[in-house]
Design a protein around this ligand. Structure first.
Ligand code: ES4
Ligand code: ZN
Length: 326
């Protein structure tokens, strides 16, 4: 069987990875110990046993608890470096990495500490792994737009160390339009714009992410298949969807991986991509997502090639480098 080897070895870009979601239990315990932070789990095994989720919120509660061990710039570097080594092993040649600064600044960690630690790992990855990596700052949508503005303000002295902004955390009840003004400001600043939409939320949230936030990509977007007019819009404007199959399985968006609509998205001509989302929590990094999804859904080499090509088209790398990759 040649398909698994093709999936594993093909060069690809990862566009939907929350760096805090790459923190493995072993690293959580090592950092908790070295920083003197207590966590409500007795052991690595005890923590892993808690990774049985019923929906997005049940995951987020544990994800924010895990992130509470991150204190120093070295912690942020170590977390990102561990991810980038795994990405390189999976033949990820380019990664656009989400981070959630509010999770850390709310605990008294400085914005500088977060961004400089992550950025140093990105720089070292280019130099020693040959992986290019960029950062995307995410606003937490369960918090206010005013808090998002304050976060942007805190990050602007480091404007050159991230390429864009995103919107993540609890989706239902926090529609994109809640953040219309701060996204307009980010657009003026020349930042790239993305947002999670249509993960658990309705197609209406994908429409408002596009038309009110003016995002360039939709993170997840798998609920879009419920709205034929939205599918037509996504196809016509070539708006990429950063799909995360193992995430959708673990958060019960689809009952079985075999029920995932990745094939339908590709068949409709959408620029769908495969990504890992929170690999330490959802049971796999990039190649696990490709291999398990291709096994469960009826996809072949043509779709593998399409997904890899889509990942580069959907990336925010400069046009000349994109042409060189083709
Ligand atoms: C997330 Cl899977 C998912 N959805 C929304 N927000 C998130 N933050 C981290 N993982
Ligand atoms: Zn996500």
């Amino acid at each position: 069987e040649r398909l698994p080897a093709l999936l594993a070895a093909m060069p690809k870009a990862e566009l939907h990875i929350h760096i805090e979601g790459s923190l493995e239990p072993e690293l959580i315990f090592a950092m908790a110990r070295r920083n003197g932070v207590s966590i409500p789990y007795a052991s690595v095994e005890d923590l892993r046993r808690a990774y049985a989720f019923s929906n997005l919120q049940s995951f987020l509660d544990i994800y924010y608890a895990g992130a509470s061990v991150l204190i120093t710039e070295q912690d942020f570097f170590d977390m990102a470096w561990a991810y980038l080594e795994k990405a390189a092993a999976d033949h990820v040649v380019h990664a656009e990495i989400f981070f959630d600064p509010q999770t850390h600044t709310a605990r008294g960690v400085a914005m500088d500490t977060v961004i400089r630690g992550l950025h140093r790992a990105c720089t070292q990855a280019q130099a020693t792994l040959g992986v290019s990596a960029s950062l995307i700052l995410c606003f937490l949508r369960h918090l206010s737009e005013e808090e998002a503005f304050q976060t942007l303000e805190q990050a602007l002295p480091l404007r050159d160390l991230f390429i864009g902004v995103g919107l993540d955390s609890s989706e239902v009840g926090h529609p994109p339009e809640k953040f219309a003004r701060v996204f307009a400001r980010c657009r003026e600043l020349g930042l790239h714009l993305v947002a999670h939409a249509g993960e658990e939320g309705p197609p209406a949230y994908v429409w408002t992410a596009l038309d009110l936030l003016r995002v360039e990509r939709i993170d997840h977007g798998v609920q879009s298949t419920r709205d034929p007019a939205l599918m037509a819009r996504l196809a016509k404007d070539r708006i990429p969807l950063t799909v995360c199959p193992l995430s959708n399985l673990k958060l019960c968006v689809f009952p079985r991986l075999a029920d995932h609509n990745l094939g339908a998205l590709l068949d409709a001509g959408l620029v769908a991509t495969v990504n890992s989302d929170d690999p330490a929590y959802f049971g796999g990094y990039m190649n696990d997502n490709f291999l398990q999804t291709f096994q469960a859904v009826n996809l072949h080499a043509a779709q593998a090639w399409q997904l890899a090509a889509n990942s580069f088209e959907a990336s925010f790398v400069d046009a000349p480098l994109k042409r060189a990759w083709r």
